[in-house]
Design a protein around this ligand. Structure first.
Ligand code: MG
Length: 377
């Protein structure tokens, strides 16, 4: 039996993981962690039989009779205590970095859905995994697709990796039209059913920028060999281009249960009861260049990725603050990339050399981003 901890168990990825893992004969869920949804956490513990739980915020629920860590970094403490074989990190945002670090330091392989830990902490995280001899298997659909495609070819035969982007709910709109879009329009993703933060990131195309940085670290590929193509049907998840001019594509319905199952099973396949792709009824697949004039976040993210050092961490922190401000009605949609760019101008050349310095830079970038938001309010 493989002993698994799921962090972020009450979110979109976490709940789909519970569905997939129900009745799994080789994986035992020994711990579950949530951010603030105490009732959801207790439900997940009851459903899985996990004896250990963690809640980052103390909710107004009765935790008596349950072995539950509460407070800051509760999920990381649970992992260090339980010492699982595998951690599914489905925490949203920079908070996921502490989970990634705790997993790798306690000797657990990672099924990684938290892209922010690689965006912000890429070099530190990849170095730690290598030192510990542990595997990081991506849950993100594009990266899971790339890993599957790459496993079938010689590394020297690959010229370029291409991630597809749905284009989000505002594909085709101009910058002027984007200035007045609402929160509920931005949350209405056309093809993927996801949590709030990632839905907004998909609408700005920041998500694809974060994913390029994630791919750069996961596959050790320079930015010149990474590309993005907009594909509104979300049926092709990634493409690799080979030295003989041929390309391999990964296709399937847009259903996160497939990459989650593949990643928690250590990169192995098993039969899943999910919808099958019927190419004839799909009819046509379309592709186009991303519009970086209307969606500058993608270009800003690539620039931060190329700059390296702490720039991607600053990008990520400022983006999280700006997305929260947009979701709470504090700033217009088009202000999100502006806040990120302004914050990068101030702090983008910092180079954190430890997890402590990285966390300090994240904190500074958040307060800098907030001051740009307040200055304009
Ligand atoms: Mg993705």
């Amino acid at each position: 039996m493989k002993r698994l901890v799921i962090a972020g168990v009450t979110g979109s990825i976490g709940s789909q993981a519970l569905e997939i893992l129900h009745g799994h004969e080789e994986i035992e869920i020994v711990g579950v962690a949530a951010g603030s949804n105490g009732a959801g956490l207790l439900e997940a513990m009851a459903q899985t039989g996990a004896s250990a739980g963690a809640l980052n915020l103390q909710g107004d629920i009765d935790l008596d009779g349950f072995d539950i860590e509460v407070g800051d970094d509760a999920a990381a403490r649970l992992i260090r205590e339980v010492q699982p074989d595998l951690v599914l990190n489905a925490v949203v945002g920079f908070a996921g970095l502490a989970v990634t670090q705790a997993a790798l330091e306690s000797g657990a392989d990672l099924a990684l859905a938290n892209k922010e830990s690689l965006v912000a902490g890429g070099n530190l995280v990849m170095d730690l995994a290598a030192r510990q001899g542990l595997a990081i298997t991506p849950v993100d659909s594009e990266h899971a697709a790339l890993a599957q495609l790459l496993s079938g070819v010689e590394a020297n035969d690959v010229e370029r990796l291409v991630l597809t982007a749905s284009g989000g709910p505002f594909r085709g709109r101009t910058a002027e039209e984007l200035a007045s879009v609402t929160v509920s329009e931005a949350l209405a993703h056309p093809t993927w059913n996801m949590g709030g933060k990632i839905s907004i990131d998909s609408a700005t195309l920041m998500n694809k920028g974060l994913e390029l940085i994630e791919a750069h670290h996961l596959f050790a590929v320079p930015y010149d060999q990474l590309g993005v193509v907009v594909h509104p049907e979300s049926l092709v998840h990634a493409v690799i281009e080979l030295v003989d001019g041929m390309q391999l594509a990964h296709l399937g319905v847009a259903d996160m249960r497939a990459p989650i199952a593949w990643a928690v099973d250590g990169g192995n396949r098993r039969r899943l009861d999910i919808p099958r792709l019927d190419l004839a009824s799909a009819g046509s697949l379309t592709f186009e260049e991303p519009d970086i004039k209307a969606f500058p976040a993608l270009a800003i993210a690539i620039e931060a990725g190329r700059a390296g050092g702490g720039a991607p961490a600053v990008l990520n922190a400022a983006n999280e603050v700006a997305v929260e401000a947009f979701l709470s009605g504090g700033i217009p949609f088009t202000r999100i990339p502006e806040v990120v760019a302004l914050t990068l101008d101030v702090l983008g050349s910092e180079v954190p050399e430890s997890f402590e310095e990285l966390t300090a830079l994240d904190t500074s970038a958040r307060s800098q981003a907030r001051s740009f938001i307040e200055a304009a309010a």
